[in-house]
Design a protein around this ligand. Structure first.
Ligand code: COA
Ligand code: AMP
Length: 630
């Protein structure tokens, strides 16, 4: 059956479609129906089932006689280490860690924060939580202590599992002092912390609170898998929204299992025991879905890569990893390919490796520019497939389903909606627009299994952020259009979210940080086009009246403040002092116009502008940074 038939089959009977997909999961009690719409417009899936995620990702493969297959390959050019863990070993390690957590009182429904770099123990910690029905929340290592503290206060974890350090190419990331500072800042205190001591830096443990990874597990009884209800939260993953407070995206257990398992064949064309590699980080949704859960649920080997596309040691690293580990499907962000292309424009390093096992290269996380896709196609000689999704959905909204039918690739488009997603492009009034017309991209409710049912502790915010604007639809926050063939084109965000190196960041959150600087009276942050990272944040600062401070000094302090409050991941390196910000007569800052000026796009002062002369001042300020040069 091809794509069109599969999509039509889903549309004709979604319940039957997902119940069939559910047959691939090991249930403790199977679901009797797929969709639960009793609280519409809030929807849940497979609510009457009982299941365990860790069983499906680990134990069942051992039971099925595949215990000796590699579950995880850790490939770490930054520490010069490489090791493999079989499903049997993984089962033992995860059962032991889960046993130790249980012995310290962690039970079903408790939250556990995981703050770890790209080591297999990060996946083991996630799976140990899943084994107990505990709800994990993984925090990316590039966030500052203050961001970690916000997450601690929001999900009130019983325990935090962290590593002593991470290894960036230019420095050691001191996780433990960041963790200690975050716990000091937070109102909520975890009962205990488990610390994985790494060779590169052994952390000082806080007596009575911290325990080392191995000592923690000494002599404990391994834990069995705890059954949970289909709608039990598997995890919370925080992502950027319009304001400084991150949104806690909830993932429900059963839908997550069914949907991810379905995607491994349908989208990624993977079979059990084949090697899948998503070059992302466990701190992001790609890491949750495609480094940890989906490959393991499908019985594949997953690669945990601790390195960068360039500089660890060179732009051939990705090709080495693919070749040495016989990767079949590979998933990365366009930024990473742009970084490689910049260092190795002719793709000479690709020639050094045998990529015969590689079949497909998938891209997501940001808009994939045609140049980058063509470069990759030319050198890798496999289909390069863009697909579009979000933390909220957990899996692709639109893709080229390589395991169903290899549709023609259209450059600049992540292809077509996946079964489960009735994607519509809407005008401001919520009416579908015709092909080729730009509009807000929305998905008709209900969203499919595996997508967010709500936000943690914030159902009202969930309704307001996603369901309020277009009744009957989920609002994606992306704008774009559909062409005559039904291919989607994702062009921009409709909110204040920017995308820097495939990382989703909130300009609102950055403005809150700048506004907290004592000399800053008013500010704005925009994302300007960046050849490598897609977008790059840029701050405009209006200083307090009569401020005699040196502008350069304030800018430097603001950059340092951003690193301290949000973290290096914000990649905030540029700001400029201006007298005034351009606004509408009602006081709304004209960020969109500033972006257009900075990016040399055609622009027109909006009719509602308060004082058009300010735009000349903004242009001059941007020119002082080498932007807006026409
Ligand atoms: N822990 C701590 N700090 C981190 C980090 C982590 N896990 N990841 C990144 N950082 C830091 C970097 O060290 C850098 O710090 P610096 O300002 O001291 O140099 C800062 O955050 C910005 O990082 P990044 O935006 O990643 O830039 P970079 O210059 O280090 O690397 C690329 C550029 C393109 C190589 C890199 O961004 C990349 O690999 N991008 C792909 C991203 C990706 O896969 N995203 C997943 C979405 S699917
Ligand atoms: P995140 O939640 O961090 O995965 O970021 C999701 C956002 O990244 C989406 O809403 C888009 O704005 C952007 N994005 C992800 N994948 C793509 C893609 N293939 N093309 C264009 N934008 C994308």
């Amino acid at each position: 059956m091809g794509y069109a038939e599969t999509y039509a089959e889903w549309k004709a009977d979604p319940d039957a479609f997902w119940m069939r997909a559910a047959e691939q999961i090991d249930w403790i009690e199977p679901p009797t129906r797929a969709l639960d719409d009793s609280r519409a417009p809030l929807y849940e899936w497979f609510t009457d089932a009982r299941v365990n995620t860790c069983w499906n990702a680990v134990d069942r493969h051992v039971e099925a006689g595949r215990g000796d297959v590699l579950a995880i390959i850790h490939d770490s050019p930054v520490t010069h280490l490489k090791r493999g863990i079989t499903f049997r070993e993984l089962q033992k390690r995860v059962a032991s860690l889960a046993g130790a957590l249980r012995a310290k009182g962690v039970t079903k429904g408790d939250r556990v924060i995981i703050y770890m770099p790209m080591v297999p123990e990060a996946l083991e910690a996630m799976l140990a939580c899943a084994r107990l029905g505990a709800i994990h929340s993984v925090v990316f290592g590039g966030f500052a202590a203050a961001e970690l503290a916000v997450r601690i206060d929001d999900c009130t974890p019983k325990a935090i599992i962290a590593a002593s350090c991470g290894v960036e190419p230019n420095r050691i990331v001191h996780y433990k002092p960041l963790l200690d500072a975050a716990i000091d800042m937070a109102g909520h205190k975890p009962d205990f912390c488990v610390i994985l001591q790494r060779e590169q830096e052994v952390a000082k443990l806080v007596e009575g609170r911290d325990v080392a990874w191995h000592a923690f597990q000494f002599g404990v009884e391994p834990a069995e898998c705890v059954p949970v209800e289909g709608n039990h939260p598997a995890y919370i993953l925080y992502t950027s929204g319009t304001t400084g407070a991150p949104k806690g995206v909830v993932r429900a257990t059963a839908g997550h299992l069914v949907a991810l398992n379905w995607t491994m064949k349908a989208i990624y064309d993977m079979e059990p025991a084949e090697v899948f590699w998503a070059a992302s980080d466990v701190g992001w949704v790609v890491g949750h879905s495609y480094i940890c859960y989906a490959p393991l649920i499908a019985g594949c080997t997953t690669v945990v890569f601790e390195g960068k596309p360039v500089g660890t040691p060179d732009a051939g690293t990705f090709w080495r990893v693919i070749s040495e580990n016989r990767v079949k499907s590979f998933f990365t962000a366009p930024t990473a390919l742009r970084a490689i292309k910049r260092d190795d424009p002719k793709g000479e390093l690709v020639q050094d490796y045998n990529l015969r096992h590689l079949r497909i290269c998938f891209l997501a996380g940001e808009r994939a520019d045609p140049d980058t896709i063509e470069w990759a196609q030319r050198h890798l000689k496999v289909p390069v497939v863009d697909h579009w999704w979000q933390t909220e959905t957990g899996w692709a909204i639109a893709a080229n389903p390589m395991g169903i039918e290899r549709l023609p690739v259209k450059l600049g488009s992540p292809s077509v909606p996946m079964p489960g997603y009735d994607v519509q492009v809407l005008d401001e009034g919520g009416h579908p627009v015709s092909p080729g017309t730009l509009g807000a991209i929305a998905v008709r409710l209900p969203l499919p299994p595996g997508t967010l049912p709500t936000l943690w502790n914030a159902e009202d915010r969930f309704r307001k952020s996603y369901l309020g604007h277009f009744p009957g639809y989920y609002e994606t926050g992306d704008a774009g259009y559909v062409d005559q063939d039904g291919y989607l084109y994702i062009m921009a965000r409709t909110d204040d979210v920017i995308n820097v190196a495939g990382h989703r960041l909130s300009t609102g959150a950055m403005e809150e940080v700048l506004a907290s600087h004592p000399d800053v009276a008013e500010c704005a942050v925009i994302g300007v086009a960046d050849a490598l990272k897609g977008q790059s944040p840029l701050g405009f600062l209006c200083l307090n009246k009569n401020s005699a401070r040196d502008h350069g000094e304030v800018v430097r302090e603001c950059i340092a403040l951003m690193r301290e409050k949000i973290g290096p991941v914000a990649d905030f390196k540029r700001a400029v002092v201006v007298d005034r910000l351009p606004k509408t007569r009602s006081g709304k800052i004209l960020r969109g116009t500033m972006v257009k000026i900075a990016d040399n796009q055609p622009w027109k002062a909006p009719a509602t502008i308060d004082d058009p002369a300010i735009l000349d001042e903004i242009t001059l300020a941007l020119q002082s940074l080498g932007l807006a040069r026409g």
